[in-house]
Write a protein that binds this ligand. Sequence first.
Ligand code: IMP
Length: 423
Amino acid sequence: MVTIVVGMQWGDEGKGKIIDTLASEHDIVARYQGGANAGHTVVYNNKKYIFHLVPSGILHPDVTGVLGNGVVIDPPSFFQEIEQLEKNGVNLKDRLLIAENAHITLPYHKILDRIEDEKRGIGKLGTTGRGIGTTYADKFGRIGVRVVDFLNEEIFTKKVKISLELKNYLLQQYYKESAIKPEQILEEYRLYRDKIKNFATDVALYINKAIDNGKRVLAEGAQGTFLDIDFGTYPFVTASNPISGGACTGLGISPKKIGKIIGVAKAYTTRVGMGPFPTEIEGELNEKLRTIGNEFGATTGRPRRCGWFDAVIVKYAAILNGIDELIITKLDVLSGLKTIKIGTKYFYKGNEIKHYPLDSMVFENIEVEYEESDGWEENINNISKFSDLPLKAKRYIERIEEIVERKITAISVGSSREQIIKR
Ligand code: IMP
């Protein structure tokens, strides 16, 4: 059976820690979308690990990590991450697989991603610059390079040369940048091709067989629901489908095989990059939350924008993802705040809007109605039972549960594995 873990906000919900916790009960942890734009943080034995491409469950020695066909793979980033993990004593031998039909990010994808975003000027998306949108654009434009193409030198050479004809025209004529020589890529990537061979397989067959043999699979979503290319705050989104449905197309598994879907939401909201953010907090408190919650992008180091918990979007995410349960992270960050707010209703031009609006013009000009409650003073980092939480913290959790209409099954109160309250 497959369990999916999905982000309910704009990414950075703390999925890394949750996946690491759940991984001990699974045999396979599989990424189904996104690429090296992700930054999943896991703290284990006082050491901080940041995963970009390698699945976050890999610290458990019996887990096999899988990158599905829906992921875009940047070879230098992938091998750098492996090297770093091995340096830290994590043995990855024979327990990391890549789908042969996953697409490869090449240097021109990264260059064009950065140049294109700059060119957007005021409409800049604030991408991570990892070549995500440009790799997916080539995939859907049917000029992408899959792992299996990469492994075949003749096909790879042909594809790179064809791609570069157009990319170089764009780079030189439109962006006034210098051209990229195909030989440069072919030479540099020869090394990666030899290494990637050992990881490449038909992941769909592998996972389906594993499921049939009773293995437990954890599908690890990267980014979050409101960065989804279809349902997010378009165009301020990533280029893949982080929602739970993406796990089926991104791994080659049937919806019938999905046993459970777990949504992860932070006790407040953050967003990195541009785009509308209705519950964003202005001024000093924004800074305070950022400092206490260490809200800086794990991939780019950029400061994250901080805001109150937005129950309207989380409720919508619960429907879209069909979550069975919700996990709330970083509740400890709210300790010490005098007042805590939950965004409960949206208004546009004086009228209530019952759901998250897909019209970006509406979403950008939304007014939020909040419910306010008193905060709690106590440090909650070492609490392990729900009943031991301060009354106001318990009420906060129960109120979210009521509005979102999903059971909250766990609450994370710190970065280490032990700091979790199970209910
Ligand atoms: P891209 O995925 O690099 O194309 O970036 C598109 C948008 O998604 C930007 O606003 C990024 O900041 C955001 N984004 C991409 N990956 C993550 C992530 O892992 N966490 C949070 N935001 C992300």
